[in-house]
Ligand binder design. Structure first.
Ligand code: ATP
Ligand code: MG
Length: 553
């Protein structure tokens, strides 16, 4: 069975523990609030594990809430993939699936409330003008000429905005706070904008849409969220988050806490950039096994346990840092080492002819499915006079220290017997097309001679029984640890996938179901592709190599 690390304490866990202990809250309510404008990535997994994990650990609940305030970028496909990703990671929102758009009416009424209090106004400045009026970190902003409109005029204009009287961008609703605030977020932030576009969840009901900052905290309050956990870049938004709670008749008072987002080397975490890779055809889709999306990582063969363990291992802190991709890779290696059955697959086949094996005969070797786990049983692997071995397990003129097959030398065929190379067959151009050998029947697995030691062990597949399959070898998507800047796409790894279409698998792999995972002996961990593999016609993706091949690079 797989082991998941015991929870390590972190500052959020401590806060929750204390809030429960002192009776500030009887139960905790967290939420995971994705915007449905793309697929979730491994950074979101950190947030999911944290929010759902805390709720689970402390007997509270975690809501899945779609922060769907911008209809232009949001799609139903994304909503579905997000739900699937959260479920696949092993979490459940139970009955608590929400949409910020379900609160549009309440949010609208609260906006009127702010107007009535003289705390919001309709502004006719354009987006560019508003930006120009905002000032800088060192200089205060300038008040809009429309800031002094009366409550009546503002209410009238805001209602007409909702009624659809104005074009996109013609007007916005802004909070009236302080154009000289040292916190730029408090310089009369925009609360509503006009967007004449249908919305994936509420259809044509609205043509004005609330901004994220206005919708978010109030949604938390409506749902009774106790701990609203977000990433550090929202720290500067917290005074605004609290300003809304102070100035609106909200039923609950949630509190915002910030933690450091996950940055992973050799990957990108921006949905905008991930979308660009999809649109430009650099990958086959959001769920391409090279993508750092949860659906991509899943197709690559990662297990939910490995990802949850990774998120627990990297911890939750308050300072931004980078996590090495090798840590993520190690988490899946560790998990699959424990649970993945072993099998033999020859990826780049070379024929091996056993001269002294009786023509037409075949036999079976019983091979354990896992070297340390007898409970995983064994399987019968057929063997005959013609096998496939890995092309690079043979060398005619080997360098020093090469312990695999070499003319005149012996190797052990894993789980079977010892063979000795007697020669090679070449084509007219001098390429080796087959290796010839003799086998020593006394060294067959199970016989006393099987103990005889030889330096090399290679894997093999019986030619007559082999199943032909496509295997895809994936590598990192980027060549640079931090593919930043405008030219980030220049760092795409041009060799991030290699498709091998004539691999030879041992017959037990023929019936693999999609998402079945194996260790291919000596090669790495592989997973039958979720979309394209079928029993009888398997397609495998390499999840990760057996060892970190990037260390020396
Ligand atoms: P973008 O990728 O476009 O910047 P986003 O990642 O902020 O967008 P959201 O859908 O708003 O997308 O994110 C949902 C939740 O996931 C938010 O609470 C956010 O704080 C959290 N989150 C996003 N990225 C990370 C990350 N790299 N590490 C940890 N949490 C993250
Ligand atoms: Mg966001």
């Amino acid at each position: 069975m797989t082991t998941e690390s015991a929870p390590v304490s972190n500052f959020l866990r401590t806060i929750v523990q204390e809030d429960l202990k002192c009776g500030k809250h009887q139960t905790i309510v967290t939420r995971f609030p994705p915007e449905p404008n793309g697929y979730l990535h491994i950074g979101h997994a950190k947030s999911i594990c944290l929010n759902f994990g805390l709720a689970r650990e402390f007997g509270g609940r975690c809501h899945l809430r779609f922060d769907d305030t911008n209809p232009v970028k949001e799609e139903t496909e994304y909503i579905e993939s997000i739900k699937e990703s959260v479920r696949w990671l092993g979490f459940s929102w139970g009955a608590h699936l929400y949409y910020a758009s379900d609160y549009f009416e309440q949010l609208y009424l609260w906006a009127e409330h702010l107007i009535a209090q003289g705390k919001a106004y309709v502004d006719d400045l354009t987006a560019d003008e508003i930006r120009a009026h905002r000032g800088t970190l060192t200089e205060p902003g300038t008040e809009s000429p429309y800031r002094g409109r009366s409550v009546e005029e503002n209410l009238d204009l805001f209602r007409r905005m909702r009624a659809g009287e104005f074009a996109d961008g013609a007007k916005v609703l802004r909070a009236r706070i302080d154009m000289a605030s040292p916190n730029m977020n408090l310089r009369d932030p925009v609360l509503y904008r006009i967007i004449h576009a249908p919305h994936p969840h509420v259809g044509d009901a609205w043509c004005i849409y609330p901004m994220y900052d206005y919708a978010h905290g109030q949604s938390d309050a409506i749902e009774g969220i106790t701990h609203s956990i977000c990433t550090l870049e929202f720290e500067d938004h917290k005074p605004l988050y609290e300003w809304f709670l102070d100035n609106l008749p909200v039923p609950n008072r949630p509190r915002q806490y910030e933690f450091a987002r996950l940055n992973l080397t050799y990957a990108i975490m921006s949905k905008r950039k991930l979308l660009q890779l999809v649109k430009d055809g650099d990958v086959t889709g959001w769920d391409d096994p090279r993508m750092p999306t949860i659906m991509g990582i899943r197709r690559r063969g990662y297990t939910p346990e490995a990802i949850r363990n990774f998120c627990e291992t990297i911890g939750v802190g308050r300072s931004d840092s980078w996590i090495e991709m090798s840590i993520l890779e190690d988490s899946v290696r560790q998990d699959l080492n424990e649970r993945a059955p072993r099998a033999m697959a020859v990826l780049r086949p070379l024929k091996l002819v056993i001269e002294n094996y009786p023509d037409g005969q075949a036999e079976e070797f019983s091979i354990a499915n896992h070297p340390q786990k007898p409970e995983l049983g064994s399987r019968a692997v057929p063997f005959c006079g013609e096998l496939f071995i890995e092309r690079d397990d043979f060398m005619e003129e080997p360098p020093k220290g090469f312990h695999r097959l070499v003319p005149g030398q012996e190797v052990r065929l894993r789980g079977a017997c010892i063979v000795k190379c007697t020669g090679v067959e070449k084509d007219s151009e001098g390429n080796v097309v087959a290796v010839r050998c003799t086998y020593d029947p006394e060294t067959r697995s199970g016989l006393p001679g099987a103990e005889r030691k030889v330096k090399g062990v290679v894997h093999w597949v019986s030619a007559r029984h082999a199943v032909r399959a496509e295997v895809r070898l994936y590598d990192r998507l980027f060549t640079e640890p931090n593919p930043a800047g405008d030219d980030w796409k220049l760092f795409l790894n041009q060799a991030s996938v290699e498709v091998l279409s004539d691999c030879k698998l041992e017959p037990s792999l023929a019936q693999a179901n999609s998402e079945d995972r194996f260790q291919f002996e000596r090669q790495g961990y592989f997973c039958a592709d979720l979309k394209e593999s079928r029993p009888g016609a398997p397609v495998f993706n390499r999840t990760v190599t057996l060892r970190d091949s990037w260390i020396k690079k």
